[in-house]
Design a protein around this ligand. Structure first.
Ligand SMILES: O=C(O)CCC(=O)C(=O)O
Ligand SMILES: [Fe+2]
Length: 291
């Protein structure tokens, strides 16, 4: 396999850009191991430029890193988003501000326009999300990524000690209440299968590094605290995590494939491009239970 790709750091957080690699072909084991290593060293944010992939090739690339939500081997995501899945590929979640000739949305409009970590409300939340930019507006439509590892490492020892034993409830109902208008929400999604208790500080299974694992879009409260106490502590954490120094801004170029780690980062899609067409497809890797 051709190996003359160029690897460049895009931010002090570690975000890494890779050029000159064709991901449409199967990768050999050595290259997969190299990419996994780069991904972990990047803090969980790789941007592959100039990829020309069919939907199937996007899925095939992603499968080399784990099991996909919506695949025959995996579990589906919540039913509420099933209307935004690719008609031929249930592994693909479509993000779009356009409708087709019949007036049916081509994907979820305004997807992820709030701070969140994909599928954090499941017992086994997403590991990676791999998002492919097929159509990007002439200006705007960037996505922000907040590095929960760097934010954790900068906390005082006293705060780290306070947070270490804590758990938080993540609940799809939080996102449903603020992000989805009825009747889009499928009520069955609110029956408890999309609600989970996770450690506030989680340790990455590969790197051993710790990250803050709460997000305003899907975390309802800290377990054992009353609501006012929980709100105050979470507010501190969200303000801390979203300080500019922890943020990488992905300014999409068409044919970018971005692979991020939901275990170490939360993200926010900026809704500032009106009707200028924007279309992306996402594959989501299933992860392990956070510890
Ligand atoms: O549209 C985007 O940039 C990201 C949307 C999102 O939250 C996601 O695909 O997980
Ligand atoms: Fe997302």
């Amino acid at each position: 396999m051709r190996r003359n790709h160029i690897v460049k750091k895009l931010s002090m957080l570690g975000t890494t850009e890779i050029r000159g690699l064709d991901l449409s072909e199967p990768l050999d084991d050595e290259l997969i191991a190299e990419l996994k290593d780069l991904w972990n060293k990047s803090g969980g944010m790789l941007v592959f430029r100039n990829q020309h992939l069919t939907s199937q090739q996007h899925i095939d690339f992603s499968r080399q890193f784990g099991t996909l939500f919506g695949s025959p081997e995996g579990v589906p995501m919540q039913d509420t988003v099933s209307r935004y899945l690719h008609p031929d590929h249930p592994e693909l979640y479509c993000v779009s501000n356009q409708v087709n000739k019949k007036g049916v949305p081509k994907g979820r409009k305004g997807a992820g326009t709030y701070w969140h970590s994909d599928v954090s409300f499941r017992e086994e939340p997403a590991a990676a999300s791999i998002l492919y930019a097929k159509q990007i507006p002439s200006v705007g439509g960037d996505t922000l990524f907040a590095d929960g590892t760097a934010a954790y490492e900068d906390l005082s020892q006293a705060m780290k000690d306070l947070l270490a034993p804590l758990h938080a409830v993540h609940d799809f109902a939080v996102a449903a209440a603020t992000q989805y208008t009825n009747p889009v929400v499928i009520n069955d999604d609110l029956d408890g299968a999309n609600k989970a208790l996770h450690p506030v500080i989680r340790t990455h299974v590969d790197t051993g590094r710790k990250s803050i694992f709460v997000n305003p879009g899907q975390t309802s409260h800290l377990d054992g605290f009353d609501q006012a106490e929980s709100d105050a502590l979470l507010k501190f954490l969200y303000e801390h995590m979203t300080k500019p120094k922890y943020i990488f801004r992905q300014i999409w170029q068409e044919h970018d494939l971005a692979m991020w780690d939901n275990r170490t980062m939360m993200h926010f899609a900026i809704d500032d491009y009106g009707d200028d067409p924007r279309y992306l497809e996402r594959v989501t890797l299933m992860g392990e239970r956070p510890v």
